[in-house]
Design a protein around this ligand. Sequence first.
Ligand code: NAD
Length: 508
Amino acid sequence: MISQLFKTFGLSTSNPGTYIGTKSLENTEYISSISPIDQTEIGRVSKTSNYQFQEVIKESKKAFLEWRKFPAPKRGDIIRQYAMELRRHKSDLGKLISVEMGKPIQEGMGEVQEMIDICDFAVGLSRQLYGKTIKSERENHQMYEQWHPLGIVGIISAFNFPVAVWSWNVAIALICGNICIWKPSEKTLFSALACQNLLCKVLSNNNIEIPISNIISGDKNQGKWLAEETEVSLISATGSVRMGREVAATVGKRLGKSILELGGNNAMIVSPNADINLALHAALFGAIGTAGQRCTSTRRLIIHSEIFDVFTEKLKNAYAQVKIGDPLDPNNHMGPLIDQNAVNQYLKCIETVQEQGGEFIIEGGLIRNRNTKSPFYVKPCAALLPPNAEIMKIETFAPVLYLIKYTHLEEAISYQNNVRQGLSSSIITNNLQEAQKFLSPEGSDCGIANVNIGTSGAEIGGAFGGEKDTGGGRESGSDAWKAYMRRQTTTINYGDKIPLAQGIKFNL
Ligand code: NAD
């Protein structure tokens, strides 16, 4: 299957890792991509050398001078054609993501659908990069604001959404007139290179030789080069809070711009006024989807004490129905974790829960059977914890769900907000007052606050991102595009006098 996918996407088992548009550069040092499904090596990709990185910067600078001259709707048309390529390759790209990252095939294809959706959004946006007109206080003067591209946008992405998060950035950044340099996760390089080759196909079909989308491969060192580079106007970085702190400091030091999309620690409040069946579906999908490796995964379930026993009994039954195994089998709901380090974190978390007074209602542990061909498959689990347990403040990227009891809504909201991360949150209730309280300034402090849907996932039409340690960045829909452009305020004097500020006069 892999050889067929490689053929489809123009890849090879030993692939260059530096791309300046269609031109690829190889190096002597490689990173292996290992499938978490069965630990087989998918192939290897060469790391970008410092010299190659400088070449990418040089060529990106030149490319910007050309690309910014393209009318925005023409840039949009390239993205429209890219969306068509993605539609044609949805199944194959979904498979490649699933093999490399380990998420279920339906989720792999769902990730490609997200790419298609943001491309469609960007196409429309390419005709709507509107500025404002402003009434001047001076006679015969007109003011307005206009938006120009920034230049080079650096995109650093995480393993769990190997390509969708890049697409949120690249589709918008490109229609705005920027050049992109992508440093994908070192764990999912082939998915990234497949997307690059598809985009290059569109550029070739249009006889565009400008390298508008470029790739550097490597680990955090290559990420640091990108963050340090003064020619890169904006760094959009997705990953752990630890990474975000380092990138923010580096980019801040050179007064660059950044969009940070970092770790989450998302809670769902289940009220006594909830539709229990709805709450159950939302909780299950939020907690076990992508094996708990989503930034929006539900990690904490804050349940009213009146319904705690009934709800957790149903949750146990629901967990018992979860099928775990080969993510390429569409009957399975959950695949493996990404690697041994993730498994170690999961096991350590279970130990810590017990040390901090947690009581497992649904037991965790490793899974070893004929359906699991690597040691990275684990059981999703859930534990009741005292509301102040410290372990709940940490994002463990695994399917461990914490259960907390509450009696008053204010208490539930304070538990929900009592973590440093601020990405996604939700309340399940049919009570309007409760819902509105949760959405009010006294309610959730997160970037995303949902009612009667879970914490997991997001539609591309809204701006996506979170507060506090999640970094404060916004990507994707709404007016997130403004972060990829520079604002220019313009005043035009169409009279024959020049009124100077503060009433200053010269006797000229
Ligand atoms: P990670 O932080 O280990 O790596 C993310 C990327 O950053 C990789 O490409 C890595 O090479 C690079 N990197 C690491 N250190 C760097 C540094 N000092 N300078 C520059 N680049 C550096 O994260 P991960 O394990 O790949 O992904 C999981 C994390 O990502 C979780 O915390 C998850 O919540 C978060 N995430 C957040 C969002 C969001 O939108 N908020 C989306 C997806 C994932």
